[in-house]
Design a protein around this ligand. Structure first.
Ligand code: AKG
Length: 341
């Protein structure tokens, strides 16, 4: 069923039928808990070994953590949020110029997740942009609001640096050379999803985004500071990750799970909706270069007693990405298709 943009400003009083999930597949919001011990990592710390240890614990246990003092200025973050809100506030006519449901397009405004594949739609519109190398894509980006290109370029450059610093810490935390991940991932691509979840008349019946893992290497998420919505699955239970204004939420994607030979987890997460307020989130995805070969780091499996091969077979990121988008979002963990048999 072809879904349409929902960032129209129109307040629905009931949920349109194509968004209603079967009873077995609903958010069950009353069963979600607060996450008390969600890791908070201060990137300005000069105690490197403690930072590395904190990263290790967070990635092995949660696959998710928050970073503060990350180096992206408050001004840049605030301007990014403003420009994103202004974008979704534009007229339908203006927004439809960018609409596409073709996942191979490098700049597109779309809705739900993958409307060509899914049976039930999700209560989300999203602007998807490729951000690196910027000069290759910036001409495709929206020209309105007028400051869009300048603000998004600055934001994505600064976020990229945060990602690289975290990748170094991740490498070290696995006992690898600090440049290991950067070297394996090659010239990393960078995509952005600006997610907009309008108020939803019946949040118990649908998702903003259903449970999924991220197909890339590392995700850096800027959450709306006032509206909750992100939830992560830990030991079979859903927990809310409530926003902290000065923090990014960072999570391990499928590729870092593969490269760490499963030591670090690419954890299921989802976005839920609410009746009151629109919610904005901005996800920046660092992606391996298409031809980078994802090969679990040797020291992580060779050291295991009796292990003669890694959990995952070698694959290129291009192969993985194609597989990911050929599926529906909430199927099995995509990495299960790449196990070493
Ligand atoms: O909106 C959120 O908090 C989650 C976004 C997300 O998971 C995604 O864009 O892949």
């Amino acid at each position: 069923m072809a879904a349409k943009l929902i960032s129209t400003g129109f307040r629905h009083t009931t949920l349109p039928e194509n968004y209603v999930r079967p009873i077995s597949d609903r958010p069950r919001l009353s069963e979600v808990s607060e996450l008390e011990d969600f890791p908070l990592i201060d990137l300005s710390s000069t105690d490197r070994s403690r930072l590395v240890q904190q990263i290790h614990q967070a990635c092995a246990r949660f696959g998710f953590f928050q970073v503060i003092n990350h180096g992206v200025s408050k001004e840049t973050v605030d301007e990014m949020v403003s420009v994103a809100n202004e974008f979704f506030d534009m007229s339908m006519e203006e927004k439809m110029k960018l609409y596409s449901d073709d996942p191979t397009k490098t700049t597109r405004l779309s809705t739900s997740f993958n409307v060509k594949k899914e049976e039930v739609n999700n209560w989300r519109d999203y602007l998807r942009l490729h951000c690196h190398p910027i000069h290759k894509y910036v001409h495709e980006w929206p020209s309105n609001p007028p400051s869009f290109k300048e603000v998004v370029s600055r934001y994505s450059r600064e976020v990229r640096e945060v990602g690289f610093r975290v990748e170094e810490l991740i490498s070290e935390s696995l006992g690898l050379d600090k440049d290991h991940m950067k070297n394996v991932l090659g010239e990393q691509g960078q995509h952005m999803a600006v997610n907009y979840y309008p108020p939803c008349p019946e949040p118990e019946l649908t998702f903003g985004l259903p449970a999924h893992t991220d197909p890339n290497a590392l995700t850096i998420l800027l959450q709306d500071t006032t509206v909750c919505g992100l939830q992560i699955l830990i030991d079979g239970h859903w927990f809310a990750v409530n926003p902290r204004p000065d923090a990014f939420v960072i999570n391990i994607g499928d590729q870092l799970q593969a490269l760490s030979n499963g030591v670090y987890k690419s954890v299921w997460h989802r976005a839920i909706t609410n009746t009151e307020k629109p919610r904005l989130s901005i996800a920046s995805f660092l992606c391996p270069s298409d031809c980078a070969v994802m090969s679990p780091a040797k020291p992580l499996w060779e050291a295991e007693e009796g292990e003669t091969k890694p959990i995952y077979r070698d694959f290129t990121y291009a192969e993985y990405y194609k597989k990911f988008w050929s599926r529906n979002l909430d199927q099995e963990h995509c990495l299960e298709n790449f196990l070493n048999h």
